[in-house]
Design a binder for this molecule. Structure first.
Ligand code: PEP
Ligand code: MN
Length: 337
């Protein structure tokens, strides 16, 4: 960072800034111009807040040179982060697809979903057991019973399981059943939860908050990384805008922006991103073309009777044709599916 002194800053005020830099174990580079003095702060100052200097007399402003997040940034790690989800590499050449119902509703429903998405080429089964519903009167999920059913379906179909965890206390339980812990959009800034999944030994699928900026999103990832869990997947799932025709506005820009700012794999959720089944295919194609490393798609054997998100869930045959449609798109951008 660079500390810019006021025009009228006194010698003692400059000295105070230099002293503070020294106290922090960093090195100061003093540059005296005709009009004003600036002080470069050299060394690992990633944990030093701008306010440390902004509060000193004679300081006009502080200009950070590095972004606010460190471990998540491409500056910190140039090459893509690639890791395995039950044998499938995410972040590499292959675009991976996770699919399944919004919520686990029962044994037949989850097994049928698992067999269908596996047959079509998905690598992981999604399904919520703990559902963060907007209304307290909506179906809240089957809880631990749902996790057990996911494990049965996983073993039958040969898929990894991705499922949501909503509180820090649930992490140990959900981690017994899940291959990937999902942190939902509504919990993106639940810092106690981010801390807890950071200490878990499982990959984390972090969804972008409903009204979060990309910087807030990457800072949320930074929480998980800084608690020693390097296996984080960023998931763009649409944000709130003035548009109401679709459930959310999928921020397609976020894909190349996140890929350039961060080394972490980026997935897209076209189901929550649109809220309407008929738009899921187009947005999935766009996401792959824009560089997404994976998709997470809602699929239900009987969407008309789904307990949540039926309107955005694909039927198994629609999912299978979507997968077939996506393969040439992936190939056109140098990927496989
Ligand atoms: C989900 O994937 O089940 C979900 C609730 O999504 P989001 O957190 O993105 O709303
Ligand atoms: Mn859903």
């Amino acid at each position: 960072m660079v500390v810019v002194m006021k025009k009228e800053a006194s010698e003692s005020q400059v000295a105070r800034v230099l002293g503070k830099i020294e106290d922090l174990g960093l090195t100061a580079h003093l540059s005296r111009g005709k009009i004003r003095t600036i002080v470069g702060v050299v060394g690992d100052n990633s944990s030093v807040e701008c306010s440390t200097f902004e509060c000193l007399a004679g300081v006009e402003r502080v200009v950070p040179l590095l972004g606010p997040f460190k471990l998540a940034s491409r500056d910190f790690k140039k090459e893509n982060t690639v890791f395995s989800i039950d044998g499938a590499q995410i972040g590499g050449k292959r675009v991976i697809v996770m699919a399944g119902p919004c919520a686990v509703e029962g044994k037949d429903q989850i097994i049928q979903s698992a067999l269908a998405v596996k047959k079509a080429g998905a690598v992981a089964l999604r399904g919520g057991a703990f559902k963060p519903r907007t209304s307290p009167y909506s179906f809240q999920g089957l809880g631990e019973e749902g996790l057990k059913l996911l494990a049965v379906a996983r073993d039958m179909a040969g898929l990894a399981v991705v499922t949501e965890v909503t509180t820090p206390e649930q992490v140990a339980l959900v981690a017994q059943y899940a291959d990937v812990l999902q942190v939902g959009a509504r919990n993106m800034q639940n810092f106690a939860l981010l801390h807890a999944v950071g200490e878990a030994h499982k990959p984390v699928l972090l969804k972008r908050g409903l009204s979060s900026t990309i910087e807030e999103f990457l800072n949320a990832a930074e929480y998980i990384l800084s608690h020693n869990n390097p296996r984080v997947i960023l998931c763009e799932r649409g944000i709130r805008t003035f548009e109401t025709y679709t459930r959310n506005t999928l921020d397609i820009n976020a894909i190349p922006v996140l890929k350039s700012l961060s080394h972490l794999p980026v997935m897209v959720d076209p189901s929550h991103g649109t809220g309407k089944r008929e738009y899921v295919a187009a947005v999935s194609r766009a996401a792959i073309a824009a560089g997404a490393d994976g998709l997470i798609i809602e699929v239900h054997p009987d969407p008309e009777n789904a307990l949540s998100d039926g309107a955005q869930s694909l039927r198994p045959e629609e999912f299978e044709s979507l997968m077939n449609e996506l393969r040439p798109v992936a190939e056109a951008v140098g990927r496989t599916l």
